[in-house]
Every structure is written in C-alpha cells, then in structure tokens.
Design a protein around this ligand. Structure first.
Ligand SMILES: Nc1ncnc2c1ncn2[C@@H]1O[C@H](COP(=O)(O)OP(=O)(O)OP(=O)(O)O)[C@@H](O)[C@H]1O
Length: 236
C-alpha cells in the first residue's frame, strides 16, 4: 500500500478539552475531560475504557465531527478545533480515515464503490489506479467479490469494507472505532494486524478504540478512559 504516499503524520495534541453532552432531561454531563494528551506522529495508540466512557466521542472529536466545549485540538500547525466548518471538512477529507463503529456504508453501492467513496468526495474521477488500489486493499481484507452490494454483506464483511474504505486515501491519521468488534477471533486477529501493518507502512498515526485485548496488545501504548473524571493516561 505504500505506492500512494500519505501526507505526513503530525503531532496530535488535545489540550484543556472539556466535552459535555446532555441527558434525556437536557441536563449537561461531562463526557470528556482531557487536560493534556499528546500523540506523537506515527504512533499506534489504543483507547480502552468501559462502554459509555467516551471512546467514540473522543474519536469523533479528533476527526472534527464536533467541537469541544472548551480546549483545543491541534494536528501539527493546524488548529482543528478553530477551523471553520468547510475547512475542517477539507482537513478531514485530506487527513483522516475514519472506521465507524456502525460502518456507515452506502447499502445500495457495491463493495468497490464503497471503498472508493473517499475519491468521489474529493471530486476525483475514478481512475484505473484507484480501482486497482481498492481491489488490492479489498483482497488484503479477504474480500474477493467487489460487485456485491453492501446491503447483502454480513456484518464481518461490512466491517472489512469499512476498514478498506478508511485506508483508501492513505490517511495520515487513522481513527478506528472498535474495528474488529464484528469479526470472529481469527478474522479479528488478521484484520487487526493488517490495520497496524498499513499504518506502519504509510507512517500514519493510529488511534484505535477497542475492547479487544489482542488488538490493544498490538498498539505501542494504550490510553485508558474511565473512572470518574475522564482523564487520559498513557500506560505502557
Ligand atoms: N450526541 C450525544 N448526545 C448526548 N449524549 C451522548 C451523545 N453521544 C454520546 N453520548 C453519551 O456520552 C457517553 C459516552 O458515549 P461514547 O459513545 O463516546 O462512549 P464509548 O466509550 O464509545 O461507548 P461504547 O464502548 O459503548 O461504544 C454515553 O453516556 C453516551 O450515551
């Protein structure tokens, strides 16, 4: 996968972050409280914490899907959390590959079209190189029939398409939300090592939320979310 060079990974820095969500009665409650968290460029970082501890919120925040109530997120020189909406969307398209917990595939499109979707967002015409790259990525994910519609795929197959799509643009920042949760242990191990391999090949930073101890063991460090105020500590 190294034939398409990613833009270089940058330090990712969360500073003074506070995120509140609202409960069913409209009362705010604190979901993230991150005084200072630095991810070096090209690092492979796992995120571990109980269900509801804020892992998805942190990944969505890192992607700039929403803004913090306080604090800043920087990607090198880019102050992601103060970019206007359109510039933030562009930064995300150019920089981030996001593996959504619930995949976000387009059910009526086939595997190939789902994997190359980031190319159409960037306004590129689909070239034979792009088809070749998508085919290679799909093959590495164990997906052989690229003409099947996403709607008819098993959850495990959908998960693999979602991962291939996130990697398609050779992103410098890969944000993975429980990327092996729908796979059996053998496939989870295979896909997890592939994810790490692709991140290493391209020098991308990987932030990966997971409950999967095998996948977390592949990361260089694991940040733990949980227990009262949600503070990230990087544990070796
Ligand atoms: N948009 C939102 N509005 C209100 N509450 C939200 C919103 N998004 C998340 N929450 C709440 O914030 C808390 C953290 O949710 P989040 O999905 O980030 O946790 P998680 O650690 O990823 O959980 P899981 O492991 O189950 O996926 C939960 O209590 C959740 O219900």
């Amino acid at each position: 996968m190294s034939e398409r060079l990613a833009s270089a990974a940058q330090p990712l820095h969360f500073s003074g972050i506070e995120v509140d969500h609202r409960d069913g009665d409209g009362r705010p409650f604190r979901v993230l409280d991150i005084p200072d968290f630095k991810v070096p460029p090209g690092a492979l970082i796992g995120l571990r914490g109980p269900s509801g501890s804020g892992k998805t919120s942190l990944l969505h925040l890192a992607a700039g899907f929403f803004l913090p109530d306080a604090g800043s997120i920087r990607w090198g020189d880019v102050a992601v959390s103060t970019l206007p909406g359109a510039a933030r969307d562009r930064w995300r398209r150019e920089t981030v590959g996001f593996i959504f917990q619930d995949f976000h595939l387009v059910p009526e499109l086939d595997v190939l079209a789902n994997i190359t979707l980031p190319a159409s967002f960037s306004g590129w015409r689909q070239t034979s190189d792009q088809v070749a790259r998508a085919t290679t990525l799909a093959g590495r994910m164990g997906l052989t029939d690229l003409r099947r519609r996403a709607a008819v795929l098993s959850r495990g197959e959908q998960q693999r398409v979602a991962i291939a799509r996130a990697l398609f643009n050779a992103p410098a920042l890969i944000l993975a939300d429980e990327p092996t949760a729908s796979l059996d242990p053998a496939h989870a191990a295979e896909v997890g090592s592939l994810l790490v391999e692709v991140a290493r090949e391209s020098g991308a930073t990987l932030l990966c939320a997971s409950h999967d101890p095998v996948l977390l063991a592949r990361m260089q460090q694991v940040a733990v979310i949980g227990d009262g105020p949600l503070i990230l500590k990087v544990a070796a």
